[in-house]
Write a protein that binds this ligand. Structure first.
Ligand code: PLP
Length: 417
């Protein structure tokens, strides 16, 4: 940091400002987390300089002895953590991991069945704006209008009708458990591959706080920086018979040199995720989300699907006469960082949106529990009921700063036991 301030004070100051923003606000973005110092240090290590095209013992650059040992360590820890046959830890991101699976197993134009973006799926599951929809022929299942949970009978009949070569499960804003066994059965019935993108829930799965898709799916992809609390990056897990195709698809198919500093951080992340303290954080993340849903419901908000099984609480603001965009801006002004999100069958476009997606990973990483969550729900309600009232916003912002002081973002490593 000291040399950075000599080399480039402008960036140094921005890093300081961002650190202080993180410390002084409450982060309820479901896709984010607070990675510990050990991960951040590892990301900034000498491994960031190493060119290492290829895989251990089969590189296109010399000087890879330590790099090979590092990648093997990351792969072995990852396989053990998730009970997977094979792991590729090189994808730079979640989308890169998904592309690697598609391009490994599908031909251009092949049919794929995945969850609708507007019902909780992800862009890389064939949304119009994503390159995935230009390469493959996606159709989409959604949630039942009544239960707001995946309609598995509808998935089964769409699968029969469309005969896709792959079924994709997993989502960015689905607060409920997914029945992987049922989807695997549907895929097997039409001889399709079954892929699960568990980017959001990988930490909960690693901690065995919710069921794992690994026994059921041919391929499981995930990111390391959401519930898993690592640095940015992606991973592909697969069954033995697909290992060589997946590896070839990641490199040289979709990527060049791996970011070995990120692979190093993944190794640290997988080691932490095997610890009892990590498992406790993940269990608390779910308890906090359940508490948040209950409290907001008590304040009169409609909770999509009537609750949550994971770290996400999706609220419908229609009954309050608000849009997601408005609510997001007002809450940020008070120090509550959230994101607007479409709700299933939303009447607003994605830019306004009728919902808010709230997540509990980051507040739980700071050590917050139910008592703090109840207070946060009250602040959300106060801000949303007093939009534009500067004095109310300032009062809440002051109370939030006081709470944040009690819960430092950068604590001593909380998963050392
Ligand atoms: C389900 C899902 N898959 C993939 C991704 C993409 O990950 P990345 O932004 O690292 O490419 C996300 C990120 O939000 C996600 O929610």
């Amino acid at each position: 940091m000291h040399t950075l301030f000599v080399d480039d004070p402008e960036v140094g100051i921005l890093i300081d400002q961002e650190t202080s923003r993180l410390q002084n606000t409450i982060n309820l973005i479901a896709a984010e987390n607070h990675a510990p110092g050990s991960i951040l240090t590892t990301q900034g290590s000498v491994f960031s300089m190493k060119a290492a095209e290829g895989y251990p013992n089969a590189r296109f650059h010399a000087g890879c002895a330590h790099t090979d040992a590092l990648e093997r360590l990351a792969v072995n820890r990852c396989r053990e953590l998730f009970g997977a046959d094979h792991a590729n830890v090189q994808p730079h991101s979640g989308v890169a991991a998904n592309l690697s699976v598609y391009f490994a197993m599908l031909d251009i134009g092949d049919r794929v069945l995945s969850m609708k973006l507007s019902h909780g799926g992800h862009l890389s599951h064939g949304a119009t704006a994503s390159i995935t929809s230009r390469c493959f022929n996606f159709s989409h299942y959604g949630v039942s209008p009544k239960t707001e949970r995946i309609d598995y009978d509808a998935v089964a009949s769409m699968a029969q009708e469309r005969q896709p070569r792959m079924i994709v499960a997993g989502a960015s804003s689905y607060p409920r458990l997914i029945d992987y066994a049922r989807l695997a059965e549907i895929a097997a019935g039409i001889d399709a591959y079954f892929m699960v993108d568990m980017a959001h829930i990988a930490g909960l799965v690693a901690a065995k706080a919710i069921p794992s898709p690994v026994p059921h799916a041919d391929f499981v992809t995930f990111t390391t920086y959401k519930t898993l609390m690592g640095g940015r990056g992606g991973v592909v897990l697969c069954k033995h018979p697909h290992a060589a195709r997946i590896d070839r698809s990641v490199f040289p198919g979709c990527q060049g040199t791996p970011a070995m500093n990120m692979v190093a951080a993944k190794a640290v992340c997988f080691q932490r995720a095997g610890k009892p303290a990590f498992r406790e954080i993940q269990r608390q993340t779910i308890s906090n989300a359940r508490c948040l849903a209950k409290e907001l419901a008590a304040h009169g908000y409609r909770i999509v699907s009537d609750g949550t099984d994971n770290h996400i609480v999706l609220i419908d603001l229609c009954t309050k006469g608000l849009t997601g965009e408005n609510a997001e801006n007002q809450l940020e002004a008070a120090g509550l960082i959230v994101n607007r999100n479409p709700i299933p069958n939303d009447r607003q476009g994605p830019h306004n949106a009728s919902g808010l997606r709230l997540g509990t990973p980051a507040i739980t990483a700071r050590g917050m529990k139910e008592a703090e969550v109840k207070q946060i729900a009250t602040w959300i309600d106060t801000v949303l009921n007093n939009q534009g009232q500067q004095r109310v916003l300032e009062k809440v912002a002051h109370e939030i700063a006081t709470l944040c002081n009690r819960f430092p973002v950068f604590r001593t490593d909380s998963c050392s036991s």
